[in-house]
Design a protein around this ligand. Structure first.
Ligand SMILES: N[C@H](CCC[C@H](N)C(=O)O)C(=O)O
Length: 266
């Protein structure tokens, strides 16, 4: 099977165009670090009846996610570079709805991708947490806030990201009963109204170097709470995601998307 390895600020994916009979089983096999290709998830290219193309995201544990911010930047570059989609502005169907990436092409190369991520939702029917106040509740002894940004996200304020217990608290919060669908967990240190640093434990994938929906959702939480302006640089372990929060509530995420290798599985 032909595979293309890509990453968005270190959040890495295996892109597959061929039809896959058992996506969950394939993800659990191929995503294993050292024993196989290694990745945070699979991105499957499929035809769409309502957009230019459809993207499916299969986490490393085999679970299927509704959306993936870093993944959709990689996916948009992939389908454009291969002529599957002929325009740098495109519509990509996901389980969370249609998202609209715009490729920033410089000297014939995709330099970055700006994605209209839609509206991070604090609406009662969307809130991923069973808490009276989704912007301020306690989970596993931590103050937290939650938002739906394609997928469930929880922000845990952290004074020092070097000592934050990401790998200990992350999985506990991910699977806490407060979250019926589980949650991604983002430990965030606010630097100023335009800058935050974050580390992420992802639902279905564990510790990742970056999380696009997480950076977007956490910027939306900080803005909603009056702690951040409407443009925020979210510093993740392997780079920076620029988030813009428009007046109409839509969020735009801009970041890189890189190729690593092309190959054939054995
Ligand atoms: N593991 C996540 C999906 C991928 C999100 C992340 N990689 C991103 O860049 O948005 C979940 O199951 O909710």
């Amino acid at each position: 099977m032909h595979i293309t390895k890509m990453h968005g600020l270190g959040n890495d994916f295996i892109v597959i165009e061929e039809r896959v009979a058992d996506p969950a089983g394939l993800a659990r096999g191929l995503c294993r670090r050292r024993l196989s290709v290694g990745a945070d998830g699979l991105l499957l290219v499929e035809p769409s009846g309502c957009a230019d193309v459809k993207m499916r995201i299969i986490n490393a544990d085999g679970s299927e996610a509704e959306m993936c911010g870093n993944g959709v930047r990689c996916f948009a570059r992939y389908v454009y570079d291969r002529g599957i989609v002929k325009t740098p502005d495109m519509a990509i169907e996901t389980l969370a709805g249609v998202v609209r990436p715009r490729l920033v092409v410089e000297n014939g190369e995709v330099a970055a991708v700006r994605v209209d991520m839609g509206v991070p939702s604090f609406a009662a029917g969307d809130i991923p947490v069973l808490a009276d106040d989704p912007l301020d509740f306690e989970v596993c002894g931590q103050r937290a806030a939650s938002v739906l940004c394609g997928v469930p996200h929880t922000l845990v304020p952290a004074g020092d990201l070097e000592t934050a217990d990401v790998d200990g608290l992350g999985p506990r919060i991910e699977k806490d009963p407060l979250f019926p669908r589980g949650t991604n967990v983002n430990f965030v240190r606010l630097i100023d109204r335009h800058t935050a640093h974050m580390r992420t434990w992802e639902r279905g994938a564990g510790r990742t170097l970056a999380c696009g929906t997480g950076a977007t959702g956490c910027a939306a939480i900080l803005h909603k709470k009056g702690l951040a302006a409407n443009e925020v640089d979210m510093h993740v372990e392997a780079g920076i995601l620029h988030i813009e929060l428009a007046q109409d509530g839509r969020a735009f995420m801009t970041g890189a998307a890189a190729y690593v290798f092309e190959g054939e599985t054995v």
